[in-house]
Design a protein around this ligand. Structure first.
Ligand SMILES: [Zn+2]
Length: 554
């Protein structure tokens, strides 16, 4: 599926696209269009496009060589309301933050403009004999060296990729998987249940604000902080669990805590201690915590990921920058960052981005376009000037369609796509544990786990409507008989799974406790020096008993 010119520099790009879509690219010449599903004309013109269209084939034409150039740096790209675009993209205006060589595409009277830059058409769509004809004035970047496709499909160059990816999506629509709806949550790192506020975050105020402006705020809490729970704050979280929730933030919250090189044993011990402390927090507070890790300061080593998945963490939430660092050496030009989640060392990783990012609109749209959960993340300082930032982000997100705001556990468990063929439902998992309702008239289920390499096996466990689990030790995507309309819970069990209580304990170094106390005091004093000293920290001191009990359980 290729036309007119050899692949040249773009061979790597097309190779990668073959791994993302059920297509195979072939370099063709001499007008050989035999048995093609569609055609990409790299240095095309309208005459060549007409020839392809007359055969009833969809065609994608790069008209970049011709046409007047548009100064692009800092330019605005406007996407129209054309139905060729997915709904969240329609009508959006986005900024191009990098200089690009873009040419104007002249639209004919029977063609419509899909995207314009500075008011000039750069992506035009027409139809001829029922076949779509895309004309673009944007170049296709040549991937080189250790480039990651995501580094190009980002807020800098997204407009170069969007038309081609959309062309391929349309071409393969019949085989397409149905993704989940847009899912979203804010994440704040560091807060705990020691008091009714943490730094600039007032939990009650945020719960009310979240209800009013329709969003969810998840707080990544440090397991070391589990030793004390402020009763009223725990009650507030329980009563507002649709708006406020907790996930896990490291263990002791020391610098680069999860990013160091660990032995398998040490990584397992640290991950197990974190979950034991969190289980203790859940028991004391009655607040359910998502077993999803937000690594402090970003990095997380592969040994640590293996340790986390073995003790029962369902996922980690990690920035795109750190995601790219993970496999830079071993897997160049990886498709990393383009799937609903990544699986590294057995653990699923969900991308997040800074909520105060200047181009947050593009970041949100890209996540939504890639069917990824939308996770703007920040710290209590992001609420220093009130909650306007959250209001701004939530109101933009809520215009994109049916947005499901939820806690991280629910987000992780809805990470799958589906495809139906008569009575058979195909499910592709992007998390280890998923929940779904079986559509009526579906009687069989086939489960795909994209992270398992050929020949690798993981135990599959599932149950219908909260009944007993059924287990297949070695599952190879064969159909499983299921009940129509049932609520299903499916788990892919990692090898070496171990209950955290069965992993030897660790004593936290005293300096780590002191460091964490210092950080908390600093954060709490940040909005108003002295205001909280008399209340939360005095309360914290009075609960030394709880701390010593927690230590015994570690
Ligand atoms: Zn932190």
């Amino acid at each position: 599926m290729f036309g007119a010119q050899p692949m040249e520099d773009s061979g790597a790009l097309f190779g990668l696209l073959e791994s993302l879509f059920p297509v195979r690219f072939e370099s063709r010449s001499n007008n050989d269009y035999d048995s093609l599903a569609g055609v990409v004309l790299m240095h095309g013109d309208r005459d060549a496009a007409n020839q392809v269209s007359d055969l009833g084939l969809p065609v994608f034409v790069v008209l970049h060589d011709e046409g007047t150039r548009i100064p692009s740096e800092g330019a605005k790209v406007t996407l129209t309301h054309n139905s060729v675009l997915p709904r969240p993209m329609r009508g959006q205006t986005l900024e191009v933050r990098e200089s690009l060589d873009v040419a104007i595409v002249a639209a004919r009277t029977d063609e419509v403009v899909v995207a314009a830059m500075q008011g000039e058409p750069i992506w035009v769509l027409g139809w001829r004999g029922g076949a779509a004809r895309h004309f673009v004035g944007t170049p296709l970047p040549a991937l080189a060296g250790k480039d990651f496709l995501y580094e190009h499909v980002n807020d800098k160059q997204f407009i170069c990729f969007l038309p081609l990816i959309q062309f391929l999506r349309d071409l393969t629509a019949a085989d397409a998987w149905t993704p989940p709806p847009i899912r979203a949550s804010f994440i704040f790192d560091d807060p705990n249940l020691h008091w009714k506020r943490y730094g600039h975050v007032d939990y009650r105020e945020m719960a009310r604000h979240a209800e009013k402006h329709n969003y969810h705020a998840a707080f990544a809490t440090v397991p070391l902080d589990a030793w004390f729970v402020h009763r009223d704050t725990a009650d507030l979280f329980r009563e507002n669990k649709g708006r406020l929730s907790l996930l896990v933030h490291g263990n002791n919250h020391v610098r680069s805590e999860l990013g160091r090189s660990f032995s398998e044993e040490d990584a397992l011990a640290l991950a197990a201690q974190a979950l034991r402390r969190i289980a203790w927090l859940e028991r004391r507070s009655g607040v359910e915590v998502s077993y999803v890790m937000a690594p402090p300061h970003g990095p997380c080593s592969e040994a640590m990921m293996r340790g986390m998945v073995r003790v029962g963490f369902e996922a980690a939430c990690i920035s795109q920058g750190w995601l790219r660092e993970l496999r830079r050496e071993s897997d160049c030009r990886s498709r990393i960052g383009l799937a609903m989640s990544e699986n590294v060392a057995g653990l699923h990783l969900i991308p997040r981005f800074g909520m105060s990012s200047r181009n947050f609109r593009t970041r949100i749209l890209l996540a939504a376009y890639l069917d990824q959960p939308v996770i703007p993340a920040g710290h209590h300082e992001d609420a220093a000037n009130g909650l306007e930032l959250l209001e701004q982000l939530a109101s933009f997100l809520n215009t994109l369609g049916d947005v499901h705001w939820m806690d991280m556990k629910s987000i992780v468990r809805s990470n799958f796509s589906m495809r139906r063929e008569k009575e058979v439902l195909y499910v592709k998992m992007f998390s280890r544990i998923i929940r779904l309702k079986v559509p009526e008239e579906v009687k069989q289920l086939c489960i795909e786990r994209p992270w398992l390499n050929a020949g690798a096996a993981e135990r599959l466990r599932w149950r219908e409507d909260q009944t007993d689990f059924k287990v297949i030790d070695s599952y190879g995507e064969e159909p499983i008989a299921i009940k129509s309309g049932a609520e299903l819970e499916i788990t892919s069990v990692c090898s070496g799974l171990i209950h955290p209580d069965n992993v030897p304990g660790l004593s936290p170094p005293l300096w780590a406790i002191a460091r964490r106390q210092f950080c908390e005091v600093r954060d709490r004093l940040s909005p108003a020096v002295g205001r909280l000293l008399g209340s939360s920290m005095a309360k914290a001191k009075s609960d030394r008993l709880a701390l010593s009990e927690l230590r015994q359980r570690q």
